[in-house]
Design a binder for this molecule. Sequence first.
Ligand code: GDP
Ligand code: MG
Length: 307
Amino acid sequence: MTKQKEQRCGYVALVGRPNVGKSTLLNHLLGQKLSITSRKPQTTRHRILGIKTEGDAQLLYVDTPGIHADQARALNRAMNRTAGTVVRDVDVIVFLVEALRWTVEDELVLSRIAGAGLPVIVAINKVDQIDDRDTLLPYLDQLAATLRAEQGLQVRELVPVSALQGANLSRLESLIVDLLPAGVHLFPEDQVTDRSMRFVAAEMVREKITRQLGQELPYSAAVEIESFAQDGEVCHIDAVILVERGGQKAIVIGKGGERIKKIGVEARQELERLLGGKVMLKLWVKVRSGWADDERALRSLGVIDGE
Ligand code: GDP
Ligand code: MG
């Protein structure tokens, strides 16, 4: 007779300063693209639950927006709040740092998680960038000392990884599984996110805008899905890109409409891969003046969660 193994299920927060690789890591851990990534910090605005069921364990990953030292604008304030609340209602924290780097923003994240009273796994990312492996050891010593000095922090393990190349991620995952509480699975095993495809579609469009226009737009534009309808084999998606100023509208549209066309083609291809079928994507650009400074507008766009 085989003994039935106990089910485990729990929430896992991926925290770390902007650009450290949280979204890349989440995508690799899930084995598919859910979270948008780019070189530009602050790409991730929303909490997205990434669900991974592996045998008896169900991991519910929370990708958090970065915690920023600069809180000047309402958008940053809103994102900081979202990031701050995330670490309270999870079971395990994965604290992502970049190999050979330690900044004031890392320090800030550390101070936010230290008081949470939760088990922490420190993942040292981007080890693929290191030419000389010998430099990693003194860095690890220094990091361990910094972590030890933090009152109340419960570091269980330090694990070097490459989110980009997928190196050492199964080791990371098994360390996380070991820390998950016993509990029944909350989602069916084939479900990969708690977000609607509508939401994921908006994120995809936003990612393409950020990738193509990162330097030219101070914040990536907001995207609203006006309609999302399946008609036989084809999924029809109408999306509005919201920018702050007329000048930005012109940038998004581009000369002769070339830029927006390219954004549309790339987003459509990605969505077709994700949805496994044909997609008709229509994009518009609208100016919504001052949206980045208006918390109410942010709320209506879903940037501020659950308030
Ligand atoms: P986030 O802001 O923490 O979500 O960071 P992203 O996942 O958006 O990644 C920021 C940048 O770092 C992107 O250009 C990624 O391709 C890059 N990146 C992430 N992980 C790795 C890694 O393991 N190695 C290298 N070389 N680059 C990485
Ligand atoms: Mg991100």
